[in-house]
Design a protein around this ligand. Structure first.
Ligand code: FE6
Length: 613
């Protein structure tokens, strides 16, 4: 039975509406039409492979399962041909035209919910074919079903309101979609442009793709394979391809999950952090795929900010069932992916820390700041992250780490807080005046070497119900230790501190005798409870308000120190000299605290003092 050809049909009203939206609302991302058509081609090939397992009688059965893209810049066309299952006349009409097709309905609904500008939602409903009309003057679909006895067909439309279907001779199995490009879209008829798009979005499609006869996709979607079957070199090769890296990854996590979501993920930690080197802030670079087809190369909310150093791929089949990132449902889906992946990665780090502590510490030296950032800012994962933090301390050797957990096990029963000091390096903290009082009392102090540490410790606040406290904070109360003989008498001490306050004036908030000093003569503590020296320095570096507010410190003096005893003697016998000495002592304390901004006056004074030795 043959049908008179060509037959002309009207698009249903809903299809017209759909086409209109696709053509006019997605103009910012026209190039995705190629991704959609290649994805359809891949699905058609997949279905054919499936059909071949059960059916004996298949039309054109010797064809290679591949996708061929050709461009013709003279004719201004781009053609996508596959040797998949193809379509019968009924399927053509049905696939295209029936708005009862649930995908189209759901698509229109999503559009109604304000998802206009998102292109992903097209492919996700099996209506990706329509995206061809974003760039097409006219579209011709040549097809032959896998079923023998069906005719070859050509479908044609300019997308405006009607289409025709006609029988053709000599049609190969599958579908060949010929797009005659609009005048402002002719770039898609160039080889280089098509190459760029195919390499970007379709690099991992499992069937061979050729562009004008040349093979495009040679790298496998390693993340979908069983991890026992992937060789080390294959992972490395994939990493280099995906992360555009020349290094090798230092850590790798490859996992799959079915519940609560279908996830295949392959995540890498690079060798080095370029952000740490002082280069620009890293962009998210774990790409989101749906069944090997790129959805978003740099999805913003797929992972928490502090995981921006990760490279790799997350592939979820659940994505197409949902809609665009802008709708509520899809936001929720991305959030769900985020939760599952972050949790899994943290578990991975915990295992690494336990089973390969040296490897973990190598990682930590490079990427520890990101974990600190997370501990300070990501409330959801704080508890897990805090356990991963590592510090040197007054009880570790240089370069050796301890955890907060281990610190707590070493605390004496009367110690209620966890102490830390921030400084540029170990030597500077050890030689500073703050540590000695803690050392004399056998209190361990954590050493922090990064400027963010003060901020991190403040935000983390406590661990195991023990407050994290700066050892240089004015309100730290230390227990008495038996003191050596030879301190200034209480009355003399009182006189001296009073005289010093008068002499130093506005530069100090308070001068008092200290119980935390052992070897140093004086110590400067923050008068300002809310701004530590480190924070002040940071704000100054960032040119922030507060960075150059007049500085006032509390000065504590060591009543046993020879300098102070001499100062007491001099303050009546040689008040001029004593004044210089007091000022110099204050500056020395400020230097130790990293708070002396300008040393000019100090140097002049010191020279004057040296003259009189
Ligand atoms: C999408 C054309 C309607 C197959 N292969 C390929 N594309 C397919 C199908 N689609 N549907 C099935 C589509 C068209 C029209 C829908 Br008209 F390509 N490549 Cl089997």
């Amino acid at each position: 039975m043959s049908t008179p050809t060509p037959q002309k049909f009207e698009f249903q009203a809903e299809i017209k509406q759909l086409l209109d939206i696709v053509i006019h609302s997605l103009y910012t991302e026209k190039e995705i039409f190629l991704r959609e058509l290649v994805s359809n081609a891949s699905d058609a090939l997949e279905k054919l492979r499936h059909t071949q397992l059960t059916e004996k009688d298949i039309f054109d059965d010797k064809l290679e399962l591949e996708i061929n893209v050709t461009t013709d810049d003279k004719a201004k066309t781009i053609t996508i041909q596959d040797f998949g299952i193809g379509m019968t006349r009924e399927e053509l009409v049905q696939n295209l035209g029936t708005i009862a097709h649930s995908g189209s309905k759901a698509f229109l609904k999503a559009i109604g919910e304000g998802a206009q500008k998102n292109s992903n939602l097209i492919g996700q409903f099996g209506v990706g074919f329509y995206s061809a009309f974003m760039v097409a003057k006219s579209v011709k679909v040549y097809t032959h079903s896998w079923r023998t006895g069906e005719p070859g067909l050509v479908w044609e439309s300019d997308g405006s309101g009607s289409y025709t279907i006609e029988e053709v001779e000599g049609q190969r199995r599958g579908a060949k979609i010929v797009i005659e490009l609009k005048d402002d879209c002719t770039e898609f008829a160039s080889d280089w442009k098509a190459k760029e798009i195919l390499e970007r979005y379709s690099a991992f499609v499992s069937f061979p793709i050729t562009l004008n006869g040349k093979r495009i996709n040679t790298v496998q979607a390693v993340w979908l394979r069983n991890k026992n079957e992937v060789k080390e070199e294959e992972y490395t090769e994939f990493y280099k391809f995906q992360a555009h890296g020349y290094d090798e990854p230092q850590l790798r996590l490859h996992f799959s999950a079915d519940a609560p979501l279908s996830i295949h993920a392959l995540l890498f930690v690079p060798k080095e952090s370029t952000e740490k080197l002082g280069l620009a802030r890293l962009e998210p670079s774990v790409s989101l795929y749906c069944r090997k087809v790129l959805i978003d190369a740099k999805p913003k909310d797929l992972l928490p900010e502090w995981l921006r150093f990760l490279k790799g791929v997350v592939d979820s089949e659940d994505l197409p069932l949902n809609i665009s990132r802008e709708t509520m449902q899809d936001k929720a889906l991305i959030e769900k992916l985020n939760r599952v992946i972050t949790k899994r990665f943290l578990k991975f780090l915990e295992e690494e820390a336990k089973n390969r502590p040296e490897g973990f510490e190598t990682f930590y030296r490079e990427f520890g700041v990101f974990l600190k950032e997370g501990a300070a800012l990501d409330y959801t994962h704080k508890d897990q992250l805090v356990k991963l933090l590592r510090f040197e301390s007054s009880l570790t050797e240089k370069g050796k780490y301890t955890t907060l957990g281990d610190y707590v096990t070493r605390m004496g029963s009367e110690q209620k807080e966890i102490y830390y000091l921030v400084g540029p390096n170990r030597a500077s903290i050890e030689s500073g005046p703050y540590l000695e009082g803690f050392k004399a009392r056998n209190l361990e102090v954590l050493f922090c070497y990064e400027s963010v540490d003060e901020y991190v410790m403040n935000n983390v606040r406590e661990f195991d119900s023990k407050k994290l406290t700066g050892a240089d904070h004015a309100d730290v109360k230390l227990a008495e230790v038996p003191q050596a003989e030879g301190a200034l008498a209480a009355a003399d001490l009182e006189t001296l501190t009073k005289w010093m306050k008068e002499t130093l004036g506005e530069r100090v908030a308070e001068v008092k005798s200290s119980d935390r000093l052992v070897d140093s003569p004086v110590l400067a503590l923050n008068a300002d409870k809310f701004m530590s020296p480190q924070m002040r320095r940071m704000m100054k570096a960032m040119n922030k308000e507060g960075g150059d507010s007049p500085l006032r410190v509390n000065l504590e003096i060591n009543p046993r120190h020879a300098i102070n005893k001499r100062l007491f003697a001099l303050h009546t016998s040689a008040p001029e000299k004593a004044k210089l000495m007091a000022e110099q002592l204050l500056d020395n304390a400020l230097i130790s605290a990293g708070l002396l901004d300008d040393a000019t006056a100090m140097v002049a004074r010191l020279n004057k003092l040296l003259e009189n030795i």
